[in-house]
Design a protein around this ligand. Structure first.
Ligand SMILES: Nc1ncnc2c1ncn2[C@@H]1O[C@H](COP(=O)(O)OP(=O)(O)OP(=O)(O)O)[C@@H](O)[C@H]1O
Length: 839
């Protein structure tokens, strides 16, 4: 700030007629705010300051620019040749010291500083020009001023020189005073000399206004514009020459206060600068800033206040209160408007979105109806054709083409020509049937064609721009997928796999997980959570993991998903038949934990969108993202609550079952290849569970490998799964295979599900050891070993002790020796608890 002020004051002088390049240079300097760091750049820069200063000093004549532009442009010339430079400056200085008044008047026409010199000359007699510092003195002073280590301060002396030293100390050496050269006839050429001081001890007097005379120099230096350098007056109380802070020399009663004594940067001494609230058009004039204007420190002119600001008299800065208040009012008004209208805007937006969505659904469905009607008509026609072919076996081959043509033309007279009367009448009636059907179809077609054609055209638009177009595209695809799903609803496994591998429907990579002797051991106590679990989970299939509580179902899911923490995992795992780390596939593996991870303060749709934006590939188009989100909302049956808040503990939102579905949907959004779900149907009624399973089935049709822990599924739900993993306590496998074969397997072991008992419930009861009346069947403790032997897997050593199977998980602690604390002990506990509760 101080520096910029200084430069502003210094370089904004109107008296300097700098040419363009100089102005550029100077303005650059003005921009270089950090004066101190600027000075650090060494002697060349200091020299440059000297040049600028002297340019100001000597740039006076005839409306011309003094100083060669090339000197400024060509820095090597300027900086590297000090002697040339000083000689140059000396030449200019010569111009300053012209004797004739008329020349002065003309030369200093625009120079405020030197105009004072002129007035000074007028009032104090001739020879005043001989009191201005020459090149050597200027260099001497500026070097001392800018010297970093020995920077002179107000009170300090300059180093001794030819005029001011211990043996010679004329009164001009005092601050605020200056002297003239020895003889009025001494050639002014000496002033150009940058190494030699002129003898300047004569005719000592007070420094002129607008100039300053530093202590230790007997010459005058012009104050920079923006400074205020009036003559000092003696303050009798403080004995200081004010506004400066030097004292009169002791023992010289006739010595008076002179002019300014320092030229200092504003940081160390601000008295030479025009004060804030005033402006100094010249270095001896200080005027108060008018009302409606403001003046910063060091101003040479007053600045007009901007609109909406106020400036009192003597203002240092603009009063921006009015603008501030206006800004606050405007911002508050805008916020208020936004607050008031946001609800309406959002509702309107939602309504529009809903409208465009509904229109898209309607059109997509219409299109689908039209397509199925067309297909129906085609099938019907081919059936009739076959019928007629059978009725006229001999003629069929001859007239097939003609008949087809006739049908196409609808020409019944031609038909009768080509058939016998009896058969013709039967054919006629069939033909009428077709006509009626065709008419019905064409009626529907007529009503739907326009829409249908439009949808057909838009089913894969090149650029999906508008919201309606995007929704149309999405719902057209969804309806198409639905109809395909319906067609393939009774597919067997190979059909599902072929559909999953169909490139038209499949977009995701298929992942098959195979694991062998998977053993999970707790690091803390070495307990086995899973033991020698072997099996395969295939893409396009839903595997249910079941077992008694604590059997290790969640642990199995965690182990397969690479999420087991605090455990040691052993065994091998193959991904698509290759040994690989499951962590490499984490971006395409979804995991739905037991607890809900939905954001309660967002709506259902917002939750899905949040996940879609975060987890789907960044390059996926908006239309594709809309398709993903809409497909999930649709398949999970969440259309009705899509705009409802999910809800939190404090704020009621959608139902628990809906929340569960949203929870699953969040993982479906990322379009995973493998989806693990930990008890997604817990707490859901049968209908909701089935709805969820239907959505998962849809995912499986796309080739997703789904593995889910499930508790007590209904028989219908149980039959929805493709595979089953049954775990016994201790993480041992009891069964891993197709759901359709589980009953057969257990029957082989003598475990038959009684009538009216749900098989999965029965098997869990058996594994819990609840079912006791199993006759001659295998004991439940033997089941893991039986399974391993049945499949030819390795049997864990500690259970391979047929017929006695010892499982650490089956060992129960003998509690017969348990002793409860005695009365005294219990009383002690009570006292201890009482004491801790009172403190
Ligand atoms: N990180 C762990 N630290 C301590 N114990 C663990 C850890 N992981 C699993 N267990 C223990 O392993 C056993 C199996 O736990 P897991 O959660 O897999 O059972 P689960 O079959 O899913 O049970 P539930 O049906 O009740 O949810 C439990 O006894 C559990 O305490």
């Amino acid at each position: 700030m101080a520096t910029s002020l200084f430069f502003h004051a210094f370089f904004s002088s109107q008296v300097m007629n700098f040419n363009a390049s100089q102005v550029t240079m100077l303005s650059n300097l003005r921009m270089g705010i950090n004066w101190r760091s600027w000075l650090k750049h060494g002697s060349n820069l200091r020299l440059m300051i000297l040049v600028l200063w002297l340019c100001c000093y000597v740039n006076v004549g005839d409306g011309q620019t003094i100083g060669d532009t090339s000197k400024f442009d060509n820095s090597s010339v300027l900086y590297n040749s000090t002697s040339t430079l000083i000689r140059e400056l000396g030449n200019k200085a010569k111009f300053c010291v012209k004797d004739r008044d008329t020349d002065w008047n003309r030369a200093f026409n625009f120079s405020s500083n030197l105009r004072f010199l002129y007035s000074c000359q007028k009032t104090k007699g001739g020879g005043i020009e001989r009191r201005i510092c020459g090149a050597a003195e200027m260099k001497f002073y500026l070097d001392a001023f800018l010297n970093k280590t020995h920077k002179i301060k107000n009170t300090e002396y300059l180093q001794p020189n030819v005029n001011c030293n211990r043996t010679s100390w004329p009164s001009g050496c005092e601050p605020g005073w200056g002297c003239s050269t020895l003889s009025p006839t001494e050639p002014v050429n000496q002033l150009q000399n940058h190494t030699q001081f002129p003898q300047r001890t004569e005719n000592c007097m007070a420094c002129c206004e607008g100039f300053f005379c530093p202590r230790g120099l007997t010459c005058m230096i012009p104050c920079p514009l923006g400074a205020h350098c009036p003559l000092a007056t003696l303050n009798q109380t403080t004995s200081l020459c004010e506004p400066y802070s030097y004292q009169l020399p002791p023992g010289q009663p006739n010595h008076t206060c002179g002019g300014a004594n320092v030229w200092a940067d504003i940081g160390s001494s601000s008295e030479v600068f025009c004060p804030a609230g005033s402006y100094c058009p010249t270095t001896d004039t200080k005027l108060a800033c008018d009302k409606g204007h403001y003046c910063r420190k060091g101003s040479t002119s007053e600045i007009l206040c901007s609109k909406f600001t106020s400036c009192k008299r003597n203002s240092e800065k603009q009063n921006m209160e009015a603008i501030g208040i206006m800004v606050i009012v405007v911002v508050s008004a805008i916020l208020l408007i936004i607050y008031c209208c946001s609800g309406k805007i959002l509702t309107k937006r939602e309504r529009r979105q809903a409208e465009s969505r509904e229109a898209a659904v309607k059109k997509a469905k219409a299109h689908q109806r039209w397509k199925s009607a067309r297909e129906g008509a085609k099938t019907h026609l081919s059936e009739i054709r076959t019928q007629i072919g059978r009725t006229f076996p001999g003629q069929r081959s001859d007239h097939d083409g003609d008949t087809d043509k006739m049908w196409r033309r609808g020409d019944s007279s031609d038909m009768s020509k080509h058939s016998s009367p009896a058969s013709a009448s039967s054919a006629q009636s069939s033909y009428y049937d077709i006509e009626v059907d065709a008419a019905a179809v064409s009626n529907e077609r007529a009503s739907l064609e326009i829409e249908g054609n439009r949808v057909e055209k838009q089913s894969l638009p090149k650029t999906k721009k508008t919201r309606t177009q995007i929704y149309k595209y999405a719902y057209d695809r969804i309806e198409k997928e639905k109809s395909m799903e319906q067609e393939n609803s009774n597919l067997n496994f190979s059909g599902i796999v072929s559909m999953a591998t169909n490139t038209e429907t499949r977009k995701r990579p298929l992942l098959e997980l195979s694991f062998k002797d998977l053993t999970l051991t707790l690091k803390s106590n070495g307990k086995h959570v899973l033991r020698c679990v072997t099996g395969t989970m295939q893409p396009g299939r839903i595997t249910a993991v079941m077992g008694p509580s604590g059997a290790g179902k969640t642990s199995l899911l965690n182990a397969l998903a690479g999420k087991a923490v605090g455990c040691k995992l052993s065994g091998s795992m193959l991904i698509n038949g290759k040994p690989d780390s499951i962590h490499s596939y984490k971006k395409i593996i979804g995991f739905v934990p037991q607890d809900d991870v939905v954001h309660g303060n967002l709506t259902v749709e917002e939750n899905f969108w949040f996940h879609a934006k975060c987890r789907l590939p960044a390059g996926l188009s908006k239309a594709e993202k809309v398709l993903v989100v809409e497909r999930i909302i649709d398949s999970l049956g969440l259309q009705a609550v899509r705009n409802s808040l999910v809800g939190t503990v404090e704020k009621r939102g959608i139902s628990g079952g809906q929340k569960k579905r949203v929870n699953v949907g969040l993982e479906m959004v990322m379009e995973p290849s493998v989806l693990f779900l930990d008890e997604p149907t817990s707490g859901l009624d049968s209908a909701s569970s089935q709805l969820l399973l239907r959505a998962l089935r849809h995912e499986a049709l796309e080739g997703v490998n789904i593995c889910m822990v499930v508790h007590q599924p209904s028989y219908t739900l149980f039959k929805t799964f493709n595979d089953l993993v049954l775990l016994a306590k201790g993480g041992l496998t009891v069964y891993h295979g197709s759901v359709d074969e589980v009953e057969e397997y257990f029957s082989g072991l003598g475990i038959n599900v009684p009538d009216r008992i749900n098989p999965p419930d029965y098997y869990i009861d058996v594994l819990e050891g609840i079912v006791t009346s199993m006759g001659d069947s295998v004991g439940y403790k033997e089941l893991p070993e039986r399974w391993n032997r049945h499949k030819g897997y390795s049997v864990p050593s500690d259970i391979d002790t047929n017929p006695i199977i010892r499982h650490n998980f089956l060992k129960s602690r003998d509690l017969s020796h348990r002793r409860t604390p005695l009365m005294l002990q219990q009383y002690k506990y009570f006292l201890g608890r009482f004491a801790s509760s009172t403190t």
